[in-house]
Design a protein around this ligand. Structure first.
Ligand SMILES: [Zn+2]
Length: 180
């Protein structure tokens, strides 16, 4: 920002940036950062977290006994996050009670099993839409749901998945007692 003809609009370009002395050199230094920073850190095979922050010692030794089966519909961007929570959940449940489907679009042809689940009247989907039942009321209902569908992603990703896949609007919707 030191002066010479800083008038609006002109793109200084790389040449003038490096000509501005000290700051330019600072940027060049960035290219010399150690390569190790970019290498993959060792990841725990159970909880999928970097080994330094593995949470397995805090997880139950044996899978929890649950009657409800969870279907996690995971946005692809969520799968690549380092500190993601779904693997923790999966590590606590028997494999047949926690199914993870990654994607944005789910139709009956490609996911016939999911379609069957969505048509089951005992299936619930976690989605805080206008028609959602409060979780506290769901808990009062006599039998526990056989399947619960959860969309894993940011709010806008979850909204996109929910509204662009008609299958997910078949099950009864429920929401946590607190609304965002
Ligand atoms: Zn672990």
């Amino acid at each position: 920002m030191e002066g010479s003809g800083g008038g609006g609009g002109a793109d200084p370009g790389p040449a003038s940036a490096s000509a501005s002395g000290g700051e330019g050199e600072g940027f060049e230094g960035l290219w010399e950062l150690p390569v190790e920073l970019c290498e993959r850190r060792p990841v725990c095979g159970r909880c999928s977290r970097p080994q330094k922050v593995c949470l397995c010692p805090f997880l139950p030794v044996h899978p929890l006994k649950v009657s409800t089966c969870l279907y996690i519909i995971q946005h692809p961007a969520e799968e690549s996050r380092v500190l993601r929570t779904v693997p923790l959940l999966a590590a606590c449940l028997p494999p047949d009670k926690c199914k993870i489907l990654v994607g944005r679009r789910f139709n009956e042809d490609r996911y016939p099993e999911l379609a069957t689940v969505c048509r089951n009247p005992n299936t619930l989907i976690l989605y805080p839409g206008a028609e959602a039942t409060n979780l506290e009321e769901v808990a009062v209902m006599s039998s526990s749901p056989s399947v619960m569908i959860i969309i894993d992603g940011t709010w806008s990703q979850a909204k996109d998945i929910f509204y662009k896949n008609s299958l997910f609007r078949l099950p009864k919707q429920w929401a946590p007692p607190y609304r965002v």
